[in-house]
Design a protein around this ligand. Sequence first.
Ligand code: GUN
Length: 277
Amino acid sequence: MKIIDGKKIAQDLRNDIAKKVGKLDRAPGLAVILVGDDPASAVYVRNKDNACKEVGFYSEKINKPADITQQQLLDEIERLNNDDKIDGILVQLPLPAHLDANLVIETISPEKDVDGFHSENIGKLMQNKAYLRPCTPKGVMTMLATTGIDLVGKNCVVVGASNIVGRPMAMELLNARATVTICNSRTTDLSGKLRQADVVVAAVGIAQMIQGDWIKPGAVVIDVGINRLDSGKLVGDVDFDAASVNAAWITPVPGGVGPMTIATLLENTLTAFENRK
Ligand code: GUN
C-alpha cells in the first residue's frame, strides 16, 4: 500500500504557482468572503488567505456579519466583479439560512468563479469544455495523476452526490473516460458496488462508513471526508487502517485531499487571471 501524500503534492503545486507569479507584471488577486463566524469556516478562510500570501497573490479577506442582507451581499459581489485587481471571488459555504446561496453563486461573474460552482462553469464541465473546475474534484484528479494509473475504462465509484464534490467528481472521472457509478448514503448494496471499484472516491460525510473489506485488492482509495470523532480525532469517510490492507493507493485524513483543495484554488485563480488578460 502506498500513501498519496496530498500535503507534498499540494506543496509542489504551490511552488510551481509561486514561480509563475514571480514572472507576472501584476499579482493575481483573490477575494474570499466569510459571512458570520462559524469557526470551521473561519479556519478554512484563514488557510486560503495564507496560501495566497505564500505564492505572492494579492488577497482580500472580507468578513461580513451573520445578519448581512441578501442585497448587501450581492452588492459586495458586484463590487468585486468590477474590481480589476480581483481575478477570483470565493464565498465560503455554507451561508446563514436567510441567504440564498444559489443566487449568491450565480451573481459571481463566471470569469471570476474560482470555485467553479456557477451554472455556466458546471455546464461547461458537463460538456468537457471547462476552464474553471470545482477545486476538490480537480485536486483529486491531480492526485490520481501522480499515481500514474490510467483511468480509461476503469470502474470508478463516487460515494456522495453533493454539488461541491460528488457530482463534479463524477463528471471529472467521466471526462477522463472512466466508467462512473455515483452512489449516496442510501444506495442499496453499496458494499457490492464498491467491491467492483478500481477507484473509490468517498465524499459522503459519514465517519469511517466505508469498511476495509469493501475495497477491492489493488484499488485506489480517495477519501474526501473530514469528520471529527467524539474523542476529537479527525477521520475520513473510510476506515483507513482496514482499507489500507487491500488498497494499492490511499489518501490519509488529514493531509490528503484537504491541502489539494486549497492549492487547486490557487491554480484556478491563476487560470482566471490568465483568461482575463
Ligand atoms: N465549503 C466547503 N467546501 C467549500 C469550497 O470548496 N468552496 C466554498 N466556497 N465553500 C466551501
